[in-house]
Design a protein around this ligand. Sequence first.
Ligand code: GLN
Length: 241
Amino acid sequence: MCRHLAYLGRAMPIASLLYDAPHSLEHQSYAPGDMRAGGTVNVDGYGVGWFPGPVRYRRAGTLWSDPNLRQLAGTESAAFLAAVRSATTGMPVSDAACAPFTDGTWLFSHNGRVDGWPHSVAELAKTLDVTDLLTMDAPTDSALLWTVLRRRLETGKNPAQTLVELVQEVADAAPKSRLNFLLTNGEVLVGTTWTHALWVLQRGEGVTLASEPLDDDPGWREIPDRHVITAVPSTVEVRPL
Ligand code: GLN
């Protein structure tokens, strides 16, 4: 299943987590340590978004073979989110199916899958208007969840609460789903754990959330399953879903 990460804090080159860390996202794309639910590698696509902006770049294919991203990753950013994708069986492989998804304010990533897709979430899809459905990035579970979420975030509701409610609704409709989310607007990081791993590290003036620890810093803490995490560099709050 996909691997993803998000960073918030003192500005640093995106490359430091994408390429330079011992177990960077690039390394996790071909040698992940904790894949669950069948996947072995994350080679169907990748993406990164950063603030200010957000500026978003995503491509189908393998992260390690893209010299353009290597150049872009020299950018220093105080808030960014990146993902590598292992497409769920039956879902299309295309640039637009890759995280992060964005509405120009938020960056969003989903590690997991909606069980019984698409029938299990037909009722959720019906809450969207036709234009939203026709302009979805891709016909995938993650893109549908993002389309629902972006509409709800527009109301200005608390982002952590909005994510929690989405997890609960999808889990009720499709109980065997895997729903690890990451969301940021450049001011706060929000994440959920629902059957996949997520770790947090507060170091110096920054905080990182990641599917797998990026190095051997003993400060990495695993978020328990079925929890929501809200993080800024100085404060991390973890509570049960
Ligand atoms: N189901 C999503 C997709 O196919 C996410 C896949 C994953 O987490 N491996 O894009």
